[in-house]
Design a protein around this ligand. Structure first.
Ligand SMILES: Cc1cc2nc3c(=O)[nH]c(=O)nc-3n(C[C@H](O)[C@H](O)[C@H](O)COP(=O)(O)OP(=O)(O)OC[C@H]3O[C@@H](n4cnc5c(N)ncnc54)[C@H](O)[C@@H]3O)c2cc1C
Length: 450
């Protein structure tokens, strides 16, 4: 029996894989519903309209995810749409979807634009990322894109994504990002293809849960694991809401700082090992449900540093608004480091603050066009992998027999997204079933770059 802690996409995909390989599983989720960060939110004030709590795109190049959709019979429900991207720079929105738009982007001279294009091409030619992880990202980009493009494009984007401090972010970050997103382009690179399920990611979560149960897996929601029980260097049980459950294999899919809190004193050495790399950025994300569309873009990147949020994500430029009651969904994410004032700002202060900045960008947005507002906060979202720290990534196996850690902090150099999480879940399943990854202190395996 394998006990999995966490019913997000990682825990569910792992449960599904283990069952396919003949391993019985039980999955424990503390929330009343499954999905974790990919869950839904419901607006009672809008007649029960529900949508993804956060924006989640599926890219046409997400091979593992597409394979999973095939297995679960969801592939034919996927809708593919060519989406647009823009940049908000110096008080104006600029389209940046097609190569021609890219070449017209005002703050850059032709030579800068050509160097930016060269950066993308150069990224695609790099297969071995190991050298990149020793180089700070801004230094690397300055070499490829030049001073001006780095100052006007890359640095503002990095500052927004890493809440101001990207000095320790390795070059692998941009490399990974560019490789993934340029893979989604149509031939000629003129459009970006994204996919969605009409019922949101929840459709995938529900289908996974159904498949897990159909194979005999047991899923319990509303069940908080308080501690993993360890005796004589091996897992012997779990404490779940005051009940003692006997088990000899546990996979914790919660983020590392949460996972460490589940360890008993007998696993102090494991806790110490996991603490070597456990940094995460959090997120504060305001979701606006609008009665009209705000922009033509799925993503509007912001290089104007007066605006506090990272971007304006209008998911209904991908999703048909008919899937969400005819409304238009605009997400304003702000990545937050632990000390950020936005992390603790009360909703009644954050809401007018974000809205006033949004109105600076879109002065014609009227109050009556805002049907509802929801603010989401998450403490652990973006795992941090500082320059040269690959060796600190905890291995999936631990020094305690039967105890495994599997979370997004171990996914590297790929970025955290549904595709990389599902690929990782497959690798974790193989580790649990066959023990084919070396024992302690070896980093989790890198996923292939394709
Ligand atoms: C704003 C935002 C935008 C994003 N955009 C995208 C995107 O466009 N595309 C994409 O693919 N990905 C995107 N992601 C990332 C994606 O959401 C995550 O990579 C993914 O959901 C992580 O899944 P997980 O299962 O690892 O973790 P989680 O979803 O966090 O699941 C962990 C689960 O463990 C449970 N848990 C924790 N402690 C306990 C305990 N003691 N007992 C029982 N259960 C416990 C939690 O309740 C949770 O449900 C985005 C994330 C955010 C926040």
């Amino acid at each position: 029996m394998v006990d999995i802690i966490g019913g997000g996409i990682l825990g569910l995909t792992l449960a599904h894989e283990l069952l396919k390989q003949g391993q019985p599983v039980r999955l424990w989720e503390r929330a009343p519903t499954l999905g974790g960060l990919m869950g839904r939110t419901t607006f009672d004030e809008l007649g029960g309209m529900s949508c993804d709590r956060y924006y989640h795109a599926i890219l046409s190049s997400d091979r593992t995810l597409m394979g999973l959709m095939d297995e679960l019979g969801l592939r034919q429900r996927l809708r593919m749409v060519a989406t647009r991207m823009g940049f908000y720079h110096a008080g104006r929105c600029h389209p940046m979807t097609t190569p021609l738009e890219f070449l017209r982007f005002p703050p850059l001279r032709m030579i800068d634009r050509l160097r930016l294009a060269y950066t993308i091409l150069a990224c695609r030619r790099i297969n071995d990322w190991h050298a990149l992880e020793q180089i700070p990202v801004a230094e690397w980009l300055r070499g490829l894109s030049g001073e001006r493009a780095t100052r006007h494009i890359w640095e503002p984007l990095l500052r927004a994504k890493f809440d101001g401090d990207f000095s320790q972010v390795p070059a692998t970050y941009i490399w990974s990002r560019l490789v993934r997103t340029t893979d989604t382009r149509t031939r000629g690179g003129s459009q970006e293809l994204m996919c969605y399920l009409p019922g949101g990611y929840q459709e995938l979560i529900d289908a996974l849960a159904t498949a897990v149960r159909a194979r005999g897996g047991v899923i319990t929601t509303g069940a908080t694991v308080a501690q993993v029980r360890v005796a004589e260097e091996r897992v012997v049980g779990l404490s779940v809401d005051g009940n003692e459950i006997v088990t000899d294999q546990v996979v914790i899919t919660a983020q590392t700082p949460i996972a460490r809190r589940l360890l008993p004193p007998e696993a102090a050495a494991v806790s110490e090992r996991w603490s070597q790399l456990e940094g995460f950025l959090g997120i504060v994300c305001m979701l606006l449900v609008l009665r009209r569309s705000l922009t033509p873009y799925y993503t509007l990147n912001i290089t104007d540093e007066r605006i506090p949020f990272t971007g304006v994500i209008e998911t209904t430029n991908l999703i048909d608004p008919a899937c969400v009651g005819g409304y238009h969904l605009v997400y304003l994410p702000k990545y937050v480091a632990p000390g950020s004032p936005f992390a603790t700002m009360p909703d009644e202060q954050l809401r007018p603050t974000f809205l006033s900045y949004l109105r600076q960008m879109f002065p014609d947005l009227r109050d009556e066009e805002i049907a509802a507002v929801r603010i989401g906060r998450e403490r652990y979202v973006e795992p941090l992998h500082p320059v040269g720290m690959t060796d600190r990534i905890p291995s999936v196996r631990s020094a305690v027999r039967g105890l495994y850690l599997a979370n997004t902090s171990q996914i590297y150099p790929q970025l955290t997204n549904g595709e990389s999480v599902c690929s990782f879940a497959h690798q974790v399943a193989a580790t649990v079933v066959t023990g084919n990854i070396g024992h302690t202190d070896h980093p989790a395996p890198a996923l292939s770059s394709a």
